[in-house]
Design a protein around this ligand. Structure first.
Ligand code: HEM
Ligand code: 2DC
Length: 467
């Protein structure tokens, strides 16, 4: 018979003591390493209590399968307390990120049609490809002076990512890849980074306490969200005005927002909340992943050459038709999967159980927060042989790969921006590989730090050399 819940190994009795120890042993920025260490110490399942944050943690694909197959029609993940606290504090509606139950499901189904459905792909490809081309143009201009373009591309990629997500959301360009960047866009980018950064230290505290503390971190967090909502609202108002004045013909691409307004199935306030979440969710995620991808390709020139050959062959065959090219570039897709294996954005995936599930032969009761250690799984040699090596090929080998590629989550609650993010990253890498060699200085080892999302622990220096 399966073992009882209270026999799950781990430290789950003294939450505050554990939180204190956690801080002493490196604290938040090494959360992903601390989790990997606990799997080594306790085995493939452990129970934990940090402050008020109680969870069961798993790492095997088999256990992830059990968890997700039991998630039901209304899956819920951990609701990040400061994000909930901000909306309540300012009396702003939740979007799909924070909604629960039937309200989440009905809104999510409408958003899926516009943002995630395969039918949306033909509309997205030209919009995202155009932004990729602009990046190449800018990089060529930068390289013009010295023959190549070197440096830390974080800021450039933030702008690329914001330009991309705004193009599909609002159907128009901000112009962030020109020489003069509007200070407003720059403020938005900084606000999103600050919002993530200030979330992390408040992760293990209950929302009610956060507001009463009026701490420096909480005030900065509120300021960051205020700036995010202010800038997003401006973009949203513009689209709304243009639609009412019928400045755009219906044939033109009106963007995800325009389509949601024209369909008229969701209250405008709900649309605004979810569109704001998508705009904010579209900056650090894809830009950091692309930065990691370029670093890995720079360190594996053989893989880079193979990938370039695939892209150039696809281009010849498809006569430059990007949508067609995307159908024959398997290694490109594998490269993104491999990047997210080693460098996931989300350190864990989480679900609240709604029924009893058996994990590692323990009975996990309903209502338990179960976390899949995504970072730990990606580097577990039992799951991925020679995990330290960047080998996109491993995703192309024959045989099923159930619950291995979980970078965007799983099921009805998976990442809403997945389609946009994948196309944006695929098209970006296509354009870069067609035009530049990606290089880096070999010596420096770059690690990972937890800043709510996982990011590089030091600037990544890259070189783009025109082919
Ligand atoms: C949720 C990853 C880009 C918007 C998530 C989740 C993950 C994730 C792991 C949780 C899924 C789950 O619980 O099963 C990523 C990665 C990205 C990325 C790796 C890029 C490399 C984006 C972009 C957008 C976005 C570009 C917006 C266009 C969202 C939203 C949710 C979400 C709104 C919450 C969905 C809901 O609760 O219904 N993302 N994301 N993400 N993501 Fe992304
Ligand atoms: C952070 O313990 C660590 O995609 C916590 O685009 C558990 C947790 C819960 C939800 C996760 C979060 C972690 C990391 C960032 C994620 C978030 C869900 C969505 C969000 C993964 C793993 C993200 C980055 C969204 C953000 C949209 C937002 C800016 C409006």
């Amino acid at each position: 018979a399966p073992r009882p819940f209270n026999q799950v190994p781990g430290e789950w009795r003294a939450g505050w003591l554990n939180l204190y120890r956690f801080w002493r042993e490196g604290g938040l920025s090494t959360l992903h390493l601390s989790m990997a260490g606990k799997f080594r110490r306790f085995g493939p399942i452990y129970r934990e209590k940090l402050g008020t944050y109680e969870s069961v943690n798993i790492v095997t694909p088999g256990d992830a399968a059990t968890l997700f197959q039991a998630e039901g029609a209304l899956p819920e993940r951990f609701r990040v307390p400061p994000w909930v606290a901000y909306r309540d504090f300012r009396n702003k509606p939740y979007g799909v990120l924070l909604k629960t139950g039937e309200a989440w499901r009905s809104e999510r189904l409408l958003l899926n049609k516009e943002a995630l459905a395969p039918a949306a792909v033909p509309g997205f490809v030209p919009l995202l490809s155009a932004v990729g081309e602009d990046f190449v143009r800018r990089a060529r201009a930068q390289a013009g002076l010295s023959g190549c373009w070197s440096g830390d591309f974080s800021q450039e990629l933030f702008r690329f990512a914001l330009e991309s997500v705004c193009h599909v959301l609002y159907g128009g360009r901000l112009g962030l890849l020109q020489d003069f960047v509007q200070p407003e866009a720059q403020r938005f980018i900084e606000a999103v980074s600050r919002m993530f950064h200030t979330t992390a230290p408040m992760l293990y505290l209950p929302p009610a306490l956060l507001r009463r503390l009026r701490s420096h971190t909480w005030r900065q967090h509120v300021q960051a969200w205020d700036a995010i909502f202010y800038q997003a609202d401006k973009c949203i108002q513009n689209v709304y005005r243009d639609l009412r004045l019928q400045r755009k013909s219906r044939q033109e691409h009106v963007g995800i927002l325009g389509n949601l307004i024209l369909r008229d199935k969701l209250p405008l306030d709900d649309i605004r909340a979810s569109v704001t979440e998508m705009m904010a969710g579209g900056v650090d995620t894809t830009s950091m992943t692309l930065q990691w991808a370029m670093l890995e390709l720079a360190r594996a020139p053989g893989v880079q050459e193979q990938l370039r050959a695939e892209v150039l062959a696809a281009k010849r065959e498809a006569g430059g038709d990007r949508e067609k090219m995307l159908k024959s570039t398997r290694l490109l897709k594998a490269t993104i999967k491999e990047t997210l294996r080693l460098h996931p954005v989300a350190v864990t995936l989480q679900r609240y159980t709604t029924q009893e599930v058996i994990l590692q032969d323990y009975r996990i009761p309903p209502g338990t927060l179960v976390q899949v250690g995504l970072y730990a799984m990606g580097r577990d040699p039992a799951v991925f042989p020679r995990p330290e090596r960047f080998l996109p090929q491993r995703w192309l080998q024959a045989g099923p790969k159930p619950f291995l590629g979980l970078g965007f989550g799983f099921g009805p609650r998976q990442c809403l921006g997945r389609r946009v993010a994948e196309l944006e990253m695929q098209l970006f890498l296509m354009h870069i590989l067609e035009n530049f060699k990606i290089e880096t200085m070999r010596a420096v080892e770059i690690g990972t730090k937890f800043d709510l999302i996982l990011v590089p622990d030091q600037p990544i220096q890259l070189t783009l050399r025109p082919l």
